[in-house]
Design a protein. Structure first.
Length: 288
């Protein structure tokens, strides 16, 4: 055997050994990853009250965060051992890369389930339903989507709201921001005429503003925004843990308890759960 052939054979053998060693990591499921690392990493928001946000005490909280904690408890029960719960900031622009790269195991924030996103991700059952509206200064001539032609409309980069305005209302002057706080600052400074996002998030911004009375959430829903928890594709066992946790919360009344805490009359952002939404949530609970 010639020297060149020996070198080629050795290189092929080394590559085969390397691939053999890497293959199990590629095939690792989310449950296996969590069991191996002992940590469950959740991507959520820092500036979207009351779903995921940093409060005045510099602590992370919110409705989505608490639902994720229920999933954490289910994971510990499933794996039969303690698991660390870790939160990592995610935005509309970063959440998919964070998830697909393995940096986080679950996105639990304000992510709308869409057909396009389901091409590359899996989603849980729907845990919240809302739609896009506008946040404006009190007295603004903008009362809904019919009034945005020629107006400077802010939206978050990578959001379904950005996509809707760009594709359906090109007559508006779309201004894209990396996150919600930046958009609100621009609105407060008069750099944009309105900020569009899901109605419940706008209600949260208004409630947390220094002078809530200076702002109005206006317009009928011009999009449908069903929120789900996102996870890596084709990971049935992990998805079952997430789905069954949410179903159990809805069935047991724990979901309503948490909803009232964050969205009830005395909650962070009063936002009544409609009878239609209650029925929709309950219809997702499959038989045991």
């Amino acid at each position: 055997m010639s020297t060149s052939i020996r070198k080629t054979a050795a290189a092929v053998l080394a590559l085969a050994i390397l691939l053999a060693g890497v293959a199990p990591a590629w095939a690792e499921t989310t449950l296996e990853k969590i069991a191996r690392t002992g940590t469950f990493v959740v991507g959520t928001r820092t500036g979207s009250p009351p779903f995921g946000f940093i409060n005045k005490e510099n602590q992370w909280g919110g409705f989505s965060v608490e639902l994720a904690r229920l999933v954490h408890a289910s994971l510990e029960k499933k794996l039969g051992k303690p698991v660390k719960f870790e939160l990592k900031e995610s935005t509309p622009a970063t959440r998919i890369p964070l998830l697909t790269s393995g940096a986080v195991d679950l996105i639990a924030g304000t992510m709308t389930i869409t057909r396009a996103r389901r091409e590359s991700l899996d989603f849980s059952v729907v845990f919240f339903v809302t739609g896009a509206q506008f946040l404006v200064k009190k007295g603004s001539p903008i009362k809904g989507v019919r009034d945005i032609a020629g107006k400077r409309i802010g939206a978050q980069q990578g959001s379904t709201n950005e996509k809707a305005v760009r594709e359906k209302y090109p007559q508006a002057q779309l201004v894209v921001f990396p996150d919600q706080p930046a958009a609100f600052t621009a609105l407060a400074q008069g750099k944009i005429d309105a900020y569009t996002n899901d109605g419940v998030q706008l209600a949260g911004l208004k409630a947390k503003a220094p002078s809530p009375g200076d702002w109005d959430v206006v317009g009928e829903f011009y999009t449908y925004e069903p929120y789900g928890m996102a996870m890596r594709k084709n990971d049935t066992d992990f998805r079952n843990v997430v789905d069954f946790t949410l179903m159990e919360a809805i069935e047991s009344g724990e979901y309503q308890k948490l909803y009232d805490k964050w969205f009830g009359p005395r909650g962070e952002v009063p936002y009544p759960l409609s009878e239609t939404a209650q029925i929709f949530l309950q219809m997702q609970v499959i038989p045991r």
